[in-house]
Write a protein that binds this ligand. Structure first.
Ligand code: GP9
Ligand code: MN
Length: 636
């Protein structure tokens, strides 16, 4: 097709167009490859990065030709300048935040404040090279006396078709490299690495337009409707449990245990306990053995969202990414009024899962990300800093925090693909032949040991007695793709019913000085917020939340709803259109579940609407209005 275009255009014109295309492509590739610090790990990724700018540059040149009638040459030059400005801005922002700019952040001036003050320190003299293509094009126009371009519509259409082909190729390669890349959006660096900077901005624009339109049509009435629905739900008018206020004024340490599922608790592999420390800790804690994760595509970030907001994550995408600009009454925000300081500790990139932005929205005072840890080759494995040094380094920081504090420590070593170094191996690999399952037990065993160390160390400090510890599994570690190996380990078939049961994750609430017990009633991550508030004796009536205190007896209609729309009640398990007896796992008549299915869907839909419509912003507006009215009355 390009041949055809080439043929029918004058030599000077096509030479100019090809040069413009080539220079813009080269500039973009070089900036993406060498100016940013994108983690390129293979030849395949090198190749993807090489082709990412092709489609967008054809589109940029094509668009310049399309919109301009007489001054096509200069429009192309202006577009090349604009693309340089975009790359340059991305680069400056990246050097400061180690992240890529998003549309909402662009308008969030508070985020830019720090950047403005240090902007000159972020610019390097070599950055001028980003503008070299524009300078060269101006020179070519002058030298070759290129004055006009005449191009037919059909030729432009052909060029756009070529661009779309490249876009599709790029997209398929990106999907091969990172399945569900755009659906899940876990890390903007990974998105840029796979689709390029320009496409990333386009994608960000589409994502935000979609979200904004949903938000625009929401109003106060939606808030009232959601409030009314929540009032009919189980977590209102609760009588406080015996433990209400038992931990008043105490520090809270939540430990998010990466990929930990309940099936390893109190279980052995080759006669060795897989989680010896947790098994002991359970003996002196409240342990919930029918507690489910409720995460979706946002994995760890979804679990954080649920725990801090008592709302469900979204059916697709990570809410940490898609709705970080919403108004939230996150736990840290609520506890601030009670004099709490809040922080998250996690030795990964701050921008991963958009945490750097979302934690602000949730009201965290500080995020100790990778930058605050000493991470080197010796103390890292797989995804980064090993859990043992992570806990050691975190404890030093915890000791310096203002008290009382509300904190979350996020572990990392037990992350897929469960890599482990020989020296840390404390339990042999399983031998199913499925590497994921076989290695899982060894990283779980390592995490267990790291937790043991942490508890031993913190007991040596003054913090221990003044703190409650809440340990929970963030989501499954072994997906349904490994059912065969799992059925070997568990010695039973993994039916859809068993699959739901495998979504149980451990929840251990350790309150120093209290004996604890095992509680077997059903619960989910969405119940954690009410549970924490009740332990601390804090009431929060403002926010729209779901879930109920796990220390209270469940109401009869209690349901634990998973994000894939499966649910669990005390009597039944419902998944993939089928209803099962919870006790026996036998399939039963779907009539039994029919009404419940509707109820579960309704609850998820209300939660989604709260997020899509950003409904809690209206609570704020209402409160402001009341305050204004009171102010006016006072003035009178
Ligand atoms: C990344 C870590 C793991 O920072 O939390 O994320 P995951 O892939 O489990 O969601
Ligand atoms: Mn995780």
């Amino acid at each position: 097709m390009l041949e055809k275009i080439k043929h029918k255009l004058s030599v000077k014109t096509w030479w100019f167009l090809y040069t413009a295309f080539f220079l813009m492509w080269l500039k973009t590739y070089l900036v993406q490859r060498f100016a940013f610090d994108l983690p390129i790990q293979s030849l395949f990724q090198e190749m993807i990065l090489l082709i990412t700018p092709i489609a967008s540059v054809i589109l940029i040149v094509g668009f310049a030709l399309l919109i301009s009638r007489k001054r096509k040459v200069w429009t192309i030059i202006i577009f090349s300048l604009l693309s340089s400005i975009l790359l340059f801005s991305d680069l400056v922002y990246y050097r400061f935040f180690n992240d890529f700019i998003t549309l909402p952040v662009l308008f969030q001036t508070s985020n830019m404040g720090d950047l403005q003050s240090s902007i000159w320190g972020l610019i390097k003299p070599t950055d001028i090279l980003i503008f070299l293509d524009t300078i060269l094009l101006v020179f070519i126009v002058w030298w070759k006396k290129v004055s006009s371009i005449s191009i037919r519509r059909s030729q432009l259409v052909s060029a756009f078709a070529v661009a779309i082909c490249f876009l599709l190729v790029n997209w398929s390669l990106a999907e091969m490299s990172r399945p569900q890349l755009l659906a899940r959006t876990f890390d903007r660096q990974i998105v840029v690495k796979n689709i390029g900077a320009y496409n990333y901005h386009l994608y960000d624009l589409v994502l935000n337009t979609r979200m904004t339109s949903k938000k625009v049509f929401a109003d106060n009435e939606d808030l009232m409707e959601a409030t009314k629905y929540i009032e009919t739900q189980e977590n209102t008018n609760e009588i406080p449990s015996d433990l209400y206020g038992i931990a008043e004024g105490k520090n809270v340490i939540l430990i998010s245990m990466e990929s930990l599922q309940s099936f390893v608790i109190n279980e052995t592999l080759y006669d060795q306990e897989i989680t010896p420390f947790l098994n002991d800790l359970i003996g002196e804690s409240y342990y919930f053995d029918n507690f489910y994760h409720q995460t979706g595509q946002g994995k760890t970030s979804d679990s954080e969202f649920i725990v801090d907001n008592a709302l469900y994550p979204l059916p697709s995408g990570a809410v940490f990414f898609t709705h970080a600009q919403n108004t939230y009454y996150g736990t840290p925000n609520v506890l601030k009024d009670e004099g709490y300081y809040s922080a998250v500790f996690h030795a990964n990139e701050g921008a991963f899962w958009n945490r750097d932005v979302m934690y602000d929205a949730l009201g965290y005072d500080f995020f100790y990300d990778k930058e605050y840890y000493e991470v080197n080759e010796e103390n890292s494995v797989g995804w980064g800093l090993k859990d043992e040094p992570f806990f050691q380094q975190t404890l030093d920081k915890l000791e310096d925090l203002p008290e009382p504090f509300y904190t979350r420590l996020i572990t990392l070593t037990n992350h897929y693909p469960f890599e482990m170094e020989e020296e840390d191996l404390m339990i042999p690999f399983f031998d199913s032949g499925d590497a994921t399952v076989d290695q899982y037990f060894s990283t779980v065993r390592y995490m267990d040991e790291a937790l043991k160390q942490f508890f031993e160390d913190i007991k040596q400090t003054d913090l221990y007695e003044d703190t409650i510890f809440i340990l929970y599994g963030d989501h499954y570690g072994i997906s349904a793709n490994h059912n065969e190996a799992m059925s070997l380990f568990l010695d039973k078939d993994i039916t859809p019913y068993e699959h739901v049961q495998l979504q149980r994750v451990p929840l251990i609430i350790h309150i120093p000085g209290m004996e604890g017990k095992t509680i077997s009633q059903i619960g989910g991550q969405i119940d954690l917020r009410s549970t924490v508030f009740n332990l601390l004796g804090v009431d929060n009536k403002e926010a729209l939340t779901f879930g109920s205190d796990l220390f209270l007896p469940n109401k009869e209609n209690k349901m634990v709803i998973l994000r894939d729309r499966s649910f669990i009640t005390e009597d039944v398990v419902y998944t993939a259109g089928n209803c099962y007896d919870r006790g026996t796992g036998e399939m039963i008549l779907s009539d039994t579940c029919e009404l419940l299915v509707e109820q579960a869907e309704q609850q998820l839909d209300y939660s989604d609407e709260i997020i899509y419509g950003d409904l809690m912003r209206f609570i704020e507006e209402d409160a402001d209005k009341v305050e204004d009215e009171l102010g006016e009355e006072d003035a009178e």
